[in-house]
Design a protein around this ligand. Structure first.
Ligand SMILES: Cc1cc2nc3c(=O)[nH]c(=O)nc-3n(C[C@H](O)[C@H](O)[C@H](O)COP(=O)(O)OP(=O)(O)OC[C@H]3O[C@@H](n4cnc5c(N)ncnc54)[C@H](O)[C@@H]3O)c2cc1C
Ligand SMILES: *[C@@H]1O[C@H](CO)[C@@H](O)[C@H](O)[C@H]1NC(C)=O
Ligand SMILES: *[C@@H]1O[C@H](CO)[C@@H](O)[C@H](O)[C@H]1NC(C)=O
Ligand SMILES: *[C@@H]1O[C@H](CO)[C@@H](O)[C@H](O)[C@H]1NC(C)=O
Ligand SMILES: *[C@@H]1O[C@H](CO)[C@@H](O)[C@H](O)[C@H]1NC(C)=O
Length: 635
């Protein structure tokens, strides 16, 4: 008796729980008598269920009474939201006024990031309920989850995992909804909404569980977003790795997929600086993972994706690190009012060559070259913009640093004044933002709400350090912009193992040799207040087209990869592209901790063990949207 109490107490205090709501946990005594919510059996012995996940209408789908009693165990945290756009359709929830407001704000981001189910990449939902002026058309649930657990405690997360697993219902996780591939939604599913799991604390003198690290650290919860990290940095006069998009969640998809920032070439990736993770695994239990405990899980979570639901993390922090930045822009059609001369197309591309030749120096200085090339058909015409930011460089040093590039451009007839320089301790996009950005915030280029498809590829140093390879890379990028009429978004950074501090984690090996994370995407359509219905056939054709341009990049970057968080989850070579040589080891971790495939997501480890089927049971052709039924392959 005494000894078992002791063991229990010891087990509880051994978990480095960071927030009060993490102590609110489901107990075995409470769960055991209730078949719907009991814990999973011993890991690694349960075979995955054959067949399909249960959906509404199936005999096994829980009754209204079952859901009501589930809601009771949750203390009322169960939601049954209709898609955001449903207010525009005739019926109970119809409201012309709310619909108008919705249409006005639709292209912004907060509307979607703060909603229980909505996401930025709407196309993935199957587009079954877009905001419309035709109230008599049909709105269906499509790819949106049926039920949502609005989690405010670990117990809520455990209950959702147990309930979904025991009832064989698809489970999805929504944090901020930024994922470009619709990984945070799923048709006929139960969703765990982590957005309200908040909390962030700084410790200037933290000791890691094994004692191998002492120093600055930050503990933060699953729902914390980049702007909250920025506010803490300012308050505590330190630096931590956060995403550039202010509402991106920094403990979820961002950190699990790698997570690049303003300081990628200086401190490595977000996944490189994690000290400890607390998570709920597929059996419903709370586990801690760090270099002295559940090492395999700890390894996999840092770069390899979702192997459980993270409730909080502890990450390394750094001394406040100033950054100096400035922007360069040139184009064939200078903006109205500008004194810059229009450039010929060939001069423009010669300017690009000069930039690529300079770009390795940015990486080697620990900096970031954050750039875009807009195609001729865009509102700017053929244009290049780049913000060059270098940590820990004085403004005088910075001027000396960029002068060779400006001279090169000048010699080509591209006049560039010395850029206006900014010096800041947090990424400049956060300078005036303590609060979440207002709802009316519009999507900037790259912040694509709606139907834009995106794909990515890492170019390595060998693509740029000889003039012939550089020319080849240059032409492949020019091809995408000129021939493909696509927008190019590049980030010159280099999260080498050396700058990352030689972590042993599952970060895509292709990240370690890259000097350019290159993306191609379709230009944002102008938002006219009406969401276009895009058929799956049309979307599939566009997806194929984008992948054909990626093939040009793949051909000249053999053995490299793609960034799962800002790429195409349906990349033709997804396994090699997102995980490289880590795939077999990641699959083994997946089998051990999630043998039943509770955490399936498109493009994730084990993606090919399940497939999306239509109502008639047919396997999906073309692009996969989330409005089908998830079934085990081969059953
Ligand atoms: C405007 C914008 C700016 C961006 N800026 C950057 C950037 O600077 N650097 C960068 O690296 N990426 C950036 N991204 C990409 C970003 O990393 C991905 O969109 C990422 O998936 C977002 O994670 P999330 O948890 O906020 O989003 P969600 O869409 O809510 O979730 C994404 C995935 O993570 C999983 N997940 C979320 N929370 C958890 C959890 N607690 N436990 C387990 N799994 C979880 C979900 O299941 C889902 O599969 C940006 C994206 C956008 C749209
Ligand atoms: C769950 O219970 C709460 C509180 O009683 C209630 O407000 C909510 O509507 C319920 N959810 C569902 C899906 O019925
Ligand atoms: C809506 O759905 C019904 C039933 O499936 C169908 O008969 C009708 O034509 C649809 N209406 C529109 C406008 O698509
Ligand atoms: C900045 O650089 C100097 C050397 O030039 C170094 O001593 C210092 O630690 C650096 N500061 C940070 C925060 O990296
Ligand atoms: C180019 O970079 C690769 C990889 O770092 C290196 O092996 C090679 O020696 C470099 N070549 C030149 C010419 O610098």
């Amino acid at each position: 008796m005494l000894s078992s109490t002791f063991v229990l107490l010891f087990a509880a205090t051994a978990l480095a729980l960071n927030f009060d709501w993490e102590r609110d946990q489901l107990t075995d005594e409470e769960a055991a008598p209730n078949a719907a919510i009991r814990f999973g059996s011993t890991l690694a012995v349960t075979a995955p269920p054959a067949g399909c996940k249960v959906i509404p209408g199936d005999a096994q789908w829980p009754s209204e009474a079952d859901w009501a009693s589930f809601n009771e165990t949750l203390g009322g945290a169960l939601l049954r939201p209709t898609p955001l756009g449903s207010v525009c359709y005739a019926g109970e929830g119809y409201s012309a006024a709310v619909c108008e407001r919705l249409k006005r704000d639709w292209a912004g981001m907060n509307l979607h990031t703060d909603d229980p189910t909505s996401i930025l990449s709407q196309w993935a939902s199957g587009n079954t309920c877009p905001p419309t002026s035709q109230p008599n058309s049909n709105c269906t649930q499509g790819g949106w989850p049926v039920y949502v657990v609005k989690a405010t405690s670990v117990r809520h997360v455990q209950l959702a995992v147990n309930f979904a697993r025991n009832q064989n219902i698809r489970l999805v996780i929504k944090n901020s909804g930024h994922d470009f591939n619709g990984k945070s939604i799923g048709g006929h599913s139960l969703s765990v909404w982590t957005h309200h799991l908040k909390g962030i604390t700084y410790d200037a003198d933290y000791t890691s569980p094994t004692g191998s690290y002492t120093g600055r650290a930050v503990a933060y919860a699953a729902g914390v977003q980049a702007y909250e990290g920025a506010a803490l940095m300012r308050r505590e006069n330190m630096f931590m790795i956060i995403a550039g998009g202010s509402t991106v969640g920094i403990a979820g998809g961002f950190l699990q997929g790698g997570g690049h920032s303003s300081h990628t070439s200086y401190y490595g990736l977000a996944a490189d600086q994690v000290l400890a993770i607390t998570a709920v695994t597929a059996d419903g239990h709370v586990v801690e993972a760090h270099e002295g405990k559940n090492e395999d899980l700890f390894w996999a979570f840092r770069g390899g994706g979702t192997f459980g639901i993270i409730t909080s993390v502890v990450v390394k922090a750094f001394p406040a690190t100033p950054m100096t930045s400035g922007s360069i822009r040139f184009s064939t059609t200078p903006p109205r009012g500008s004194t810059a001369a229009p450039l010929s197309t060939e001069t423009f591309w010669a300017g690009m060559r000069a930039y690529w030749a300079f770009s390795l120096a940015i990486c080697d200085a620990g900096g970031l070259g954050y750039n875009f090339i807009y195609p001729k058909s865009s509102s700017t015409g053929l244009a290049f913009t780049v913000s060059i930011a270098v940590p820990n460089m004085s403004t005088a040093e910075y001027r000396r640093f960029v002068r060779p590039l400006l001279q090169q451009l000048h010699d080509l007839g591209i006049e560039q004044p010395m850029p206006t320089l900014k010096r800041s301790y947090i990424p400049s996009s956060f300078e005036e933002e303590d609060e979440p950005p207002t709802t009316s915030k519009r999507s900037a280029p790259g912040e694509t709400t709606g139907h834009t498809l995106i794909a990515s590829r890492f170019f390595s140093r060998t693509n740029f350090n000889t003039s012939s390879r550089r020319e080849e890379a240059h032409l492949s990028i020019r091809h995408l912009v000129e021939h493909g009429d696509l927008t190019f978004h590049g980030m010159n950074y280099a999260p080498t193992l050396a700058v990352a501090g030689h972590p042993s984690n599952a970060v895509n090996p292709a990240f370690r040799t890259t000097v350019l994370h290159a993306q191609g995407y379709e230009p944002n359509a102008h938002w006219d207040g009406e969401a276009a219905i895009v058929s799956r056939a049309a979307l599939s054709a566009r997806h194929e087209r984008l992948q054909r341009y990626m093939q040009v990049w793949r051909d000249i970057t053999p053995g490299s990869g793609s960034y799962i968080n800002e790429g195409d989850a349906q990349d033709w070579e997804w396994k090699a592209a997102f995980f490289g040589s880590h795939y077999p080891r990641l699959l083994a971790v997946k089998r051990k901790y999630d043998p039943q495939g509770v955490f399936w997501a498109i493009g994730a480890v084990g993606n090919d063990e399940w497939e999306m089927r239509d109502g008639d049971g047919g396997r999906r052709q073309g692009i996969v949207t989330q409005d089908g039924r998830l079934c085990r392959v081969g059953s």
